[in-house]
Design a protein around this ligand. Structure first.
Ligand code: SAM
Length: 291
């Protein structure tokens, strides 16, 4: 055993005691971040190089600050995104919905598919689509100015590190209820992970104290923003266009009915996340009156 591995074991026990979900992994990732090594290299850090700032960062996690705010990074599909105060930390469940969208876009017989990401936060969904669907043009809409600064930063750094992504994500500082008017009836796919938690629901401290309120709360039943996304998708999609919307695990049936045939939708489907919970709804817009 090395000093660092001993300290990690103590830190993991402390994190477990305060209810952190994955205490050992978090302790290791904090140690790797502080010592500037990969997680698989922790056993190689010499005792003399142990950095006591490890304990400052463990204390932050003990106070339930999200791991991603401590390291400054969130991984989303093949992206390494910068995150911190003021922006929603992208979640693994959203990777599944994004993967669905990427597959559909790749199958579409459209040279340069046009995508709208409503409520882009860190730009996770928008950038993943730009990265994995080479000719897609993505319009990312975000109302919150602070979240937008993180999106700008991630869009800029992806353009530098991957020149093929340059200019393919356009950020719009707007309310998605009225955004992208010039794109009416021309968008191939609308995707959104909107705020969907019912007001008053209890959430872990990492969420309630660190994710911005505009990213979380969706009104009495949690569906306020999802209803707006449904209306906006009807306005934006071209005939045959697709929509994908994330929701909370208990909301699958309610969201299915938001995208009802009576409103003109076809092929409405529920999809599960990797844990087998209802997580997103998709539907096809066959055309016809948008309102
Ligand atoms: C749950 S977060 C999702 C962020 C990102 N798409 C992701 O999956 O990580 C919802 C985002 O929608 C933004 N938002 C909420 N209401 C909005 C509105 N009416 N117009 C534009 N953006 C909105 C929030 O500020 C927040 O960044």
């Amino acid at each position: 055993m090395s000093l660092l591995l001993d300290e990690i074991a103590v830190a993991a026990a402390r994190l477990a005691e305060v209810g952190v979900d994955s205490p050992r992994a978090d302790a290791e990732l904090i140690a790797a971040h502080v010592h500037g090594v990969g997680r698989g290299e922790l056993h190689r850090v010499p005792d003399a190089d142990f950095d006591p700032r490890f304990w400052d960062e463990v204390a932050r996690r003990e106070a339930r600050e999200p791991l991603q705010h401590i390291t400054g990074h969130a991984y989303f599909r093949y992206l390494d995104l910068e995150v911190g105060p003021g922006v929603f930390v992208p979640r693994p469940e959203t990777e599944v919905m994004t993967g669905w969208a990427i597959t559909r876009l790749t199958e579409m017989d459209v040279a340069e598919p046009v995508v709208a990401d409503l409520g882009t936060g860190s730009a996770a969904i928008a950038l993943a689509i730009a990265q994995e669907v080479p000719r897609a043009q993505v319009h990312a809409v975000e109302l919150d100015p602070l979240a937008r600064t993180w999106a700008e930063r991630n869009i800029a750094s992806s353009s530098t590190s991957a020149p093929h992504m340059a200019g393919r994500v356009t950020l719009h500082g707007d309310d998605f209820a009225r955004a992208l008017e010039t794109l009416a009836r021309s968008v191939d796919l609308v995707i959104s992970n909107p705020p969907y938690i019912p007001v008053g629901a209890s959430v872990p401290p990492e969420v309630g104290e660190y994710d911005p309120a505009t990213a979380l709360w969706g009104g009495q039943d949690g569906l306020d923003a999802i209803r707006v996304v449904e209306r906006v998708a009807r306005r934006l999609l071209r005939p045959g266009g697709l929509v994908a919307v994330e929701h909370g695990a208990p909301q699958g049936t309610s969201v299915y009915w938001v995208f009802a045939e009576e409103r003109g939708w076809r092929d409405t489907r529920n999809h599960r996340d990797l844990a087998g919970r209802d997580r997103f709804v998709t539907a096809t817009w066959p055309g016809g009156p948008a309102d």
